[in-house]
Write a protein that binds this ligand. Structure first.
Ligand code: C2E
Ligand code: MG
Ligand code: MG
Length: 703
């Protein structure tokens, strides 16, 4: 770049021997130059101007004296101009830069400016800036470069590049527009860009373009454009650079990228994060999110009902027929649940064989119960898998929202209700439908009860049916509350299991029983006297349990054969078929090897087969009291009782009839060959000392 014009230098250079006219000549010479010359102070205030200044800018110079030259600099170029001004201060001549300046008619022109500092010059005392109009040259360069490498690159780039006028119509467009959207560029040019935007987005995109025209710098928006085939559409991200002020470009330079791969990746990530990969149902996090959203709208949308279900007998399908069959079944369950659910309902899988259905606007309890039954019926239909047809059943519990409900409390309540439905079906305990907050309080109190020894064990005699003498007892747990209330197992066992207190509770009862038997034996009770202790499902799944039993027997000096452990038929089946199946089978085998007697409790209420009975290596079947209580009235019950006793005899197992309340039941049992029984007829469960007189020697002699 040439050196800056220096008025004095010009004067000197052009000075001729005609000395008197020298200044006037220099001025005239200056005016004839194609460049403009400005003199500004250190702050950019115009002090003087000459040369082509008025021609280039269209301003009358006098109007501008005393004003900041930065007023005419384009906002986007302002920083550059300021930096340049600063740099001039430090050295004599600055570096030339191209900036846009506004002319009197409001249009913009490109000028190349270069400054030289004369701040130290007493006469000039300013910065001399020479400006050259580059607008035409730029135009020429752009025109000359047409078809050069850069334009080939733009044309072949994967991104769409286009030039859009201030009114939104396309002036020029690169090849990618045709490649991505199939539209003929000839047809695109001259038409408004929003013509290709999806109808629903047009207003927004038009506003974004107007906004881009108003602001400087880059603006960004997303829009979906129609493909020519009419069926497809493409999401694009648009980056708009506003060059409306650029005298050459005079438009919006827009680049647009296909963001469909990004969208798909984003969508599939989002789907993965919120759905169960196997069944494609909502997962727990999406379920909780939907519940929370729905709960905030409950007042307008009515009550929320959360149905919680898990499958009974799913584990055997998975274990025996393979995981593929299990997966197939779970997918089928998911489909059936979606059919039962209505359009707006959420169906979710929480993992394993647990599912949740959320229904809105179910206002009556009866409807909720009807939906539960519909779910159960639909799940119970046979599944036709490659390996054959199988049946599973659903236990459904539900909870309904109230003002204090949260997503967590609703799920916990529905889960609890489901657990109780299951337990109720097993018939082993009479569960109470407690809300989750009460169950939590109960679990906390129970943990304290265990630590403070509030548990009591009552004993119910087991008698020989021939002469009704006591051959043993069943230990039954009670909870002596500090307030004097005595709670029955049905009041707290479910909560104990839920809260993970089952192992500790079981151990405590077993310890009491061993200590009691030791005490009776030490005081001369019959050495064949035995005590049966109920075993929880948690104990059966605990690999440590057999060694705990051995240790307790050793501590109290009890022969293993004098302790009988009872496991309900349901628990035994579920455990052995379930995830901890191997541990549970091994546990039963270890206990058996110890010499402990094993009994199946509530026999007849589950579905065990002869194979199971052999697998469990049990010694005794306890006939469920529901059959005993009906055996004198219903022939079917009598038949079951006879069949169980026959089965026990055939397999050389003992049989104990439970719940004998009336003498005719005892007589009927005796007639069928049953030798042992338990029930209110012979004695209710009571504290150990109640039976001292019946089993200790002095009284025996007295009898
Ligand atoms: P279970 O093992 O079948 O015990 C028999 C239940 O029937 C006891 O109820 C007993 O009081 C009751 N019963 C006995 N004779 C009669 C009768 O003639 N008529 C009627 N209607 N009922 C009779 P309880 O004590 O309420 O125990 C209920 C269940 O709780 C037990 O059923 C057992 O499954 C469980 N359970 C009790 N103690 C424990 C324990 O220490 N650990 C575990 N895991 N479960 C226990
Ligand atoms: Mg029992
Ligand atoms: Mg029982």
């Amino acid at each position: 770049m040439e050196a800056p014009a220096d008025p004095s230098a010009v004067t000197n250079a052009e000075s001729t021997p005609r000395a008197t006219g020298a200044v006037g000549n220099a001025r005239r010479l200056l005016e004839s130059l194609p460049d403009a010359v400005f003199v500004i102070d250190g702050e950019g205030i115009l002090v003087d101007a000459g040369g082509a200044a008025e021609r280039i800018l269209g301003w009358a110079v006098e109007e501008w004296i005393g004003r900041s030259v930065f007023e005419v600099v384009h906002p986007d170029d302002l920083d550059m101009a300021l930096v340049s001004l600063d740099s001039v201060g430090g050295k004599d001549v600055g570096s030339p830069i191209d900036i846009r300046i506004r002319t009197a008619d409001g249009s913009w022109r490109y000028v190349e400016i270069v400054g030289a500092s004369y701040l130290d010059d007493a006469e000039i005392n300013g910065i001399v800036v020479v400006a050259r109009d580059m607008t035409e040259r730029r135009r020429f360069e752009v025109a000359a470069n047409d078809g050069d490498l850069l334009s080939i690159l733009v044309h072949n780039s994967a991104a769409i590049t286009m030039l859009v006028d201030g009114d939104g119509s396309v002036r020029s467009v690169s090849g990618a527009f045709a490649r991505l959207l199939g539209h003929d560029p000839e047809l695109v040019v001259g038409r408004p860009l929003i013509h290709w935007v999806m109808e629903a987005q047009r207003t927004r995109v038009a506003a974004a373009l107007v906004d881009a025209c108003r602001r400087t710098g880059i603006s960004t928006f997303e829009a979906t454009l129609h493909h020519r085939d009419g069926a497809r559409s493409l999401p694009l991200e648009f980056n708009v650079v506003n060059l409306l002020d650029d005298p050459v470009v005079h438009g919006l330079v827009i680049t647009a990228y296909d963001i469909s791969p990004l969208r798909e990746a984003r969508d599939s990530l989002e789907f993965l994060a919120t759905h169960d990969p196997l069944t494609q149902l909502a997962n727990r996090s999406l379920l909780v999110e939907r519940l929370e959203t729905a709960l905030t709208h409950v007042p307008d949308r009515g009550i929320l009902t959360v149905f919680f279900l898990d499958l009974d007998r799913f584990k055997p399908v998975n274990d025996l027929l393979g995981h593929e069959a299990g997966d197939h079944l779970l997918c089928e369950v998911a489909q059936r649940l979606e059919q039962v659910a209505r359009g707006g309902d959420t169906v979710a899988r929480l993992g394993g064989d647990e599912f949740v259905v959320v229904a809105e606007g179910v206002t009556s309890l009866a409807t909720a119960q009807a939906i539960s039954r519909r779910i159960e019926t639909s799940i119970a239909e046979p599944y036709h898998l490659a390996a054959g047809s199988v049946s599973v059943f659903a236990s459904v519990g539900f909870a309904r929202s109230d003002e204090s409900s949260t997503a967590d409390s609703l799920l916990a309540d529905a889960d609890g209700a489901m657990y109780l439905v299951k337990a109720e079906r097993r018939g082993e305990i009479r569960p109470q439908l407690l809300p989750v907050t009460e169950r939590r309080a109960l679990a906390e109190a129970l943990a304290i009860a265990l630590a403070e020894d509030q548990l009591r064990v009552h004993y119910q005699p087991v008698v020989d049916l021939t002469d009704q003498h006591i051959v043993g007892f069943e230990a039954l747990v009670r909870w002596q509350r500090p307030d004097g209330k005595l709670l029955m197992p049905g009041d707290f066992l479910t909560v104990a299991e839920e809260a993970g207190l089952g192992l500790l509770l079981g151990r405590t009862v077993l310890e009491h029983a061993c200590a009691q038997l030791h005490s009776w034996r030490a005081r001369g009770a019959d050495e064949n006297l035995s005590i049966a202790v109920n075993m929880s499902s948690a104990q059966l799944g605990d690999a440590e349990f057999p060694s705990i039993v051995r240790q307790l027997l050793n501590t109290h000096g009890i022969p293993p054969s004098r302790i009988c452990l009872e496991i309900t038929e349901r628990d035994a089946l579920e455990r052995v078929a379930g995830a901890t199946g191997r541990t549970s089978s091994a546990c039963l085998a270890d206990l058996h090897a110890l010499g402990i007697e094993l009994a199946i409790d509530d026999f007849g209420t589950g579905y065990s087969s002869l194979t199971h009975l052999r697998e469990f290596s049990v010694d005794v079947l306890k006939i469920d009291q529901s059959f005993v209580s009906g055996m004198c009235e219903r022939t079917s019950d009598a038949g079951i009782v006879r069949a169980v006793i026959g089965l026990a005899q055939a397999m050389e197992l003992g049989a104990i009839a439970e719940g004998v309340e009336r003498p005719e039941q005892a007589a009927a049992l005796r007639a069928t060959g049953c030798t042992r029984a338990q029930g209110y007829l012979f004695g209710r469960p009571a504290p150990a000392e109640t039976f001292d007189s019946a089993i200790l020697p002095a009284h025996a002699i007295a009898r």
